[in-house]
Design a protein around this ligand. Structure first.
Ligand code: F6P
Length: 550
């Protein structure tokens, strides 16, 4: 049996590096090595990753790379590419990379090349998108579709929602898109407000077609539609589904030809590249959707073919391990300086935390080391006026990724230069900090407020040494957007390999679902069975006593 991670020699060597490096300020590493920026950054195509502002030197990096080898990363990458059931608890292959592979690629699962069926489904999407855009797809009364509502949750919502928001400059404006995910009535009710059932199309996006939220919302949407349309047969003109559960979608009333296929080898949070991207294609056109796929594929090639030292996802993953396991930092901030990417932190929360928020290892034992961090964040420069105070002066250190595109789609006055100055300044300030001498040196005795300024000098110090990466992308195009998401997917995969956990299942969502379905019965039937714990019984009673009967 393989030795547990924390017992290996390489782990111990890394602990020693940590003890050595925490004695130095990050800025000293620059003073010692004038070429640090060049040596600790990676430039690939339109991506520049600067990872020089980290508590890392060449020796520690060498051993982090050694850790990846020691955990057989290359072999795991090959397993993924060759269709092994690396999602062992669900006995499934993990092949989202096939969704963005070129049409002539060969990617096999159990001896069968899956690329042709992926391409066939892309072709079906293309035909559909053309028909909707051109108005050939008609609603039941013969009118053109003007509004499309994607109903889905988790991976069946976040990816497409993020993509359509991020690529707004590419919108074709043929149809207006809406996303409904949350179970509360408010989101659906507000979306349907003022909408015309004759010109509205619903995409029911659910791989399983059994997710409570999605199916319940879809039923409500169907009720709303039938109130006007009356005839059940009209559903076929207004509801399409994306699912691997064709029977359930049929049962719902969706015609087989209106069901876009999903595969069990695509995890929900890795699915925007699949037919789940239908809403993206409706927003920006199939040509641009294919560019997202091409960008994802480029990142796949970079990941699979570049040596680990110059491999962006591998380096990001190793830095994450470095801080999580050796410095014991609990969270990681995602800071996109681009309001088009405002949903990126939420998207990455699901990608990272649903993938690596686990502690049972592949061999069934409990990990004795920390795994996935808390992912959170917000766009810059908004965050600067909210939680950056915490990043700069609290005792909790949060490693961060600053992300921005160099050239904006909206070149308004000097907005972009000001924005990027802020990003670079924050990254510098977090690393360098400011000591007391520096604050005092900048005080002038001529200042009438001098005494008070001296008194508060300590409050104006910054500990610094907050590690951060900066990712500068030439422009936020569909291609680069695809590459960005694939970059994080591979980062998460590498970390899962090193932590020896399965990043592709999500058993942690099951218990809540089970309990909710029992409570749902109790609430709907007004039962106060008292067979829960006292808090749950108390809440149930209180709710039932106050809730108005509809
Ligand atoms: O949250 C659990 C989960 O299974 C996610 O992994 C998934 O993205 C989401 O629910 C939606 O699942 P489905 O597409 O099957 O409705």
């Amino acid at each position: 049996m393989e030795q547990s991670l924390e017992k290996r020699t390489i782990w111990k060597k890394l602990q020693e590096h940590k003890t050595r490096l925490e004695k130095n300020d990050i800025i000293d590493l620059f003073n010692k090595n004038p070429k640090r920026f060049e040596e600790f950054s990676i430039h690939a195509r339109e991506f520049l990753l600067d990872f020089s502002k980290n508590r890392l030197d060449k020796k520690a990096l060498k051993d982090l790379l050694e850790l990846a080898e020691n955990c057989h990363l290359r072999a795991w990458m090959d397993k993924m590419r060759s269709g092994h059931h690396i999602n062992h608890t669900e006995q499934r292959a993990v092949m989202h990379i096939a969704l963005r592979a070129p049409a002539d690629a060969i990617m096999e699962i159990e001896g069968e090349n899956v690329v042709p069926e992926v391409q066939a489904e892309l072709h079906k999407m293309e035909q559909f998108v053309k028909r909707v855009h051109s108005g050939k797809w008609k609603g039941y009364s013969g009118k053109k579709i003007t509004h499309v509502i994607n109903i889905g949750i988790g991976g069946s919502d976040l990816g497409p929602y993020l993509a359509t928001q991020s690529l707004r400059p590419y919108w074709l404006e043929h149809v207006e898109l809406h996303f409904v995910s949350n179970l509360d009535g408010a989101q659906l009710a507000l979306t349907l407000e003022g909408m015309d059932p004759e010109t509205t199309l619903f995409i029911i996006a659910s791989k399983s077609f059994s997710t409570l939220e999605t199916i319940y919302e879809a039923q409500t949407a169907r009720e709303w539609f039938l109130e006007t349309a009356q005839e059940h047969d009209h559903i076929r003109h207004h509801f399409v589904a994306i699912s691997s559960n064709t029977d359930k979608a049929n049962e719902f009333g969706i015609a087989s030809e209106n069901i876009f296929k999903m595969w069990d080898w695509v995890g929900g949070r890795y699915s925007l590249w699949s037919t789940i991207g239908l809403s993206i294609a409706l927003a920006i056109g199939m040509e641009n959707f294919r560019k997202i796929l091409a960008g994802g594929h480029w990142m796949d090639q970079h990941f699979f073919e570049t040596d680990f030292r110059h491999n962006i996802p591998v380096i990001l993953a190793l830095l994450g391990i470095w801080y999580r396991n050796f410095f014991h930092y609990d969270s990681h901030a995602i800071l996109p300086y681009d309001s088009l990417l405002h949903l990126l932190p939420s998207y990455l929360q699901q990608l990272d935390m649903e993938s690596n928020g686990k502690q049972i290892k592949r061999n069934g034992a409990t990990a004795r080391y920390a795994t996935g961090p808390i992912i959170w964040g917000e766009t810059g420069s908004n965050g600067q006026h909210a939680f950056f105070q915490f990043l700069h002066q609290s005792a909790t250190i949060v490693p961060a990724d600053f992300i921005a595109s160099i050239n904006t789609h909206y070149p308004l006055r000097d907005h972009q230069s000001l924005l990027i100055s802020n990003l670079i300044a924050q990254s510098e300030a977090l690393m360098k900090g400011r000591n007391l001498d520096d604050v005092l040196e900048n005080l002038s005795p001529d200042n009438p407020d001098y005494d008070h300024q001296q008194l508060i000098a300590r409050y104006r110090t910054f500990p610094g040494n907050s590690p951060n990466n900066t990712l500068l992308i030439d422009k936020l195009t569909p291609f680069n957007f695809g590459a960005l998401l694939a970059m994080y997917e591979h980062k998460v995969f590498v970390q899962g390999v090193i932590w020896n956990i399965n990043s592709f299942d999500q058993w942690g969502v099951e218990l809540g679902k089970e309990l909710a379905s029992k409570l749902q019965r109790d609430i709907l039937h007004g039962l106060q069975l008292e067979d829960h714990d006292p808090s749950t019984n108390g809440l149930l009673k209180h709710y039932l006593s106050k809730a108005k009967k509809q």
